[in-house]
Write a protein that binds this ligand. Structure first.
Ligand SMILES: [Zn+2]
Length: 298
C-alpha cells in the first residue's frame, strides 16, 4: 500500500475542546498493518482515532468480500456456527426493540446483508436500511427484497418517519458523528427510540488486550466510546439513555481476534476461555466488551 494520507481533527467531536493527550498507539491488524494513534480529549475524555484517513479514503480500509463470506452458498462448519449465532443474535435484538417500540417502522443504519431487517419484515414491520457497501446492499435487495439506500439518504427521509432507528456496531465508523445523530433525532417520531451498540473502551477486555484489543479496529473505528462519552454525545443532541445492556457474545469474538493479534500460535479454545473469564470480570463492574444503549428524546 502507498504512503498513507491522513487528516488531523482539531476539535473534539463531542465537546469541541482542542486539547488532547496521547491515549494509545496501535495498528490496523486486520488489513494494512498501518500505525494509528488514539487521543483522549482532556476536557470530556472522549477517545478517538487522530489523525485519521480523509473520508474519501476510508473505503480502502474495508474488504468488501468479507461481508459476504459467511452467507455464500457453500457452507462449511464455521459458517454454520456463524449463522446459528447470528440467528440467536437477531432474535435477541428483535426482542429488545419490541420492548420499546410504539409502532412498527424501523430504519437500520449499516444494515449489512440485511438478515436483521428481513426478520423484522417477516414479523410485519415496515423496514428500511442504509448500507454503504455496494455488494452488501445489492445482496440485501436481491436476496431479501429490502429497501436499502446509500449513506446520503438519511437526511432526505421525511421528518418523524421511524419508530425505531438502530445502529449495531456502526456509529464508531461514521465520520460525521454530530450530523448523523442530529439526522436520527429528526427522523424519529416523538416517542421513538434510537438503539446504538458500540465497543466499550473502558471494558475489562480492552484493559486486558490494550493496543491488541480487536475492537479498536483502526482506522475503521474512528471513535472509541465509553458509557460516559456516548451519554455526553447523545445528551448534546437532545437524547437521554433509558437503558444500557451488555453484548456478551462480543467478548468471545473480540477475544478470538485479539488472541490472534497477540501471538502467533492461535488457540480458539484459549480465546473462548478468555472470553468467558473476561465476561465474568465485566459483570462485576458492568463494563462489557460492547454495550447497547437505548435512547429517546428528552
Ligand atoms: Zn471532548
Amino acid at each position: 500500500m502507498e504512503q498513507k494520507n491522513t487528516i488531523f481533527i482539531n476539535n473534539c467531536p463531542v465537546c469541541g475542546s482542542d486539547k488532547f493527550e496521547l491515549f494509545l498507539k496501535t495498528k490496523d491488524y486486520f488489513l494494512t498493518n498501518e500505525e494509528f494513534t488514539l487521543v483522549r480529549c482532556l476536557s470530556c475524555s472522549f477517545v478517538f482515532t487522530n489523525p485519521r484517513p480523509p473520508d474519501e479514503e476510508l473505503s480502502k480500509y474495508y474488504k468488501s468480500s468479507d461481508y459476504l463470506s459467511h452467507t455464500a452458498r457453500k457452507r462449511n462448519a464455521k459458517d454454520i456456527v456463524y449463522q446459528a449465532l447470528r440467528a440467536v443474535n437477531i432474535r435477541k435484538k428483535y426482542k429488545l426493540v419490541n420492548r420499546f417500540a410504539k409502532g412498527k417502522t424501523i430504519l437500520d443504519i449499516g444494515s449489512g446483508t440485511g438478515e436483521l431487517l428481513a426478520y423484522f419484515k417477516k414479523q410485519g414491520w415496515n423496514v428500511k436500511g442504509i448500507e454503504p457497501d455496494r455488494m452488501a446492499r445489492n445482496f440485501a435487495r436481491e436476496k431479501h427484497y429490502l429497501e436499502i439506500y446509500e449513506n446520503d439518504k438519511l437526511s432526505t427521509f421525511p421528518d418523524k418517519s421511524f419508530d425505531i432507528i438502530t445502529l449495531w456496531h456502526v456509529l464508531e465508523h461514521i465520520p460525521d458523528l454530530n450530523k448523523t445523530i442530529e439526522n436520527i433525532r429528526e427522523k424519529l417520531t416523538e416517542d421513538g427510540y434510537c438503539i446504538i451498540a458500540v465497543p466499550n473502551i473502558e471494558s475489562t477486555d480492552f484493559k486486558h488486550y490494550q493496543d491488541k484489543w480487536a475492537a479498536l479496529d483502526v482506522p475503521r473505528h474512528l471513535y472509541h466510546f465509553s458509557p460516559d462519552t456516548i451519554r455526553l454525545l447523545l445528551d448534546k443532541h437532545g437524547f437521554k439513555i433509558v437503558e444500557t445492556q451488555p453484548m456478551k457474545f462480543d467478548a468471545y469474538y473480540v477475544s478470538l481476534l485479539s488472541e490472534k493479534y497477540l501471538n502467533k500460535k492461535f488457540s480458539p479454545l484459549n480465546a473462548l476461555r478468555k472470553g468467558y473469564g473476561l465476561n465474568k470480570k465485566a459483570k462485576k463492574k458492568n463494563n462489557y466488551s460492547s454495550m447497547i444503549f437505548v435512547a429517546k428524546q428528552k
